[in-house]
Ligand binder design. Sequence first.
Ligand code: SAM
Length: 223
Amino acid sequence: MSPNNKKVFRKLEGILLGWLPSSSRVSWQALKTRRKMNRQFGRRLDPFDFERSEYEKIRLNAMEEAIIGNPQEVLEIGCAEGHFTARLAGRVQNITALDISDVALERARGRAPNARFIKADLLEWAPSVGQLYDLIVLTDTLYYLERPIVQTEFNALFGSISSWITEAGYIILANGFGDEPTLLNRRSFRERFEKTGLILVSERIVGEAGQNGVRCLLSVLRK
Ligand SMILES: C[S@@+](CC[C@H](N)C(=O)[O-])C[C@H]1O[C@@H](n2cnc3c(N)ncnc32)[C@H](O)[C@@H]1O
């Protein structure tokens, strides 16, 4: 399906399924995303080319450099096959890593055996009562969730995630982009965290626009 047809399809799906209760729409979206991601990870190992791509190496290095101090409790959202989880495991005691894809999580477990892995859809998940994190890593995942069918729930996510960090906590937010409109969309994610009360600590663009013209907007936000 062409990107334009996809957009039209998603709009129609949003209108047609809009009358369903929130929980049904979210479950429907989660089912579709899990199938899609399992298919993608099932095709081959390392479908996002973490081990081959120079850009990915540079991006993961920049994400690691963005870690401030010694966070004790860390939540990584959308951990995929655990390439960044393994880096975190070298410097953090308690890591909780969440992903919607069981295929990806199976591989991630092998890379970071000491992390706690959770299979869940971010829109359906919340930490247990009282659990807060010193650091939340949220990279190249949010844009998978921004769909008309779950727009209300997606909008609410920014406030929820902000409420999961400690008083001294912070979020590392990174999202790839290949053109100006996509960069604006990625910037809007950061702005929506700011609207929840978080403060921007630093922001930079990572990558040389070499491989496929993709670069990444990397932001650090704190309470
Ligand atoms: C492109 S990978 C990013 C991996 C890693 N965070 C990074 O920055 O390289 C996106 C990951 O987000 C996961 N994901 C997508 N939608 C999700 C959802 N609704 N809930 C949880 N994880 C999701 C996918 O399964 C995939 O592993």
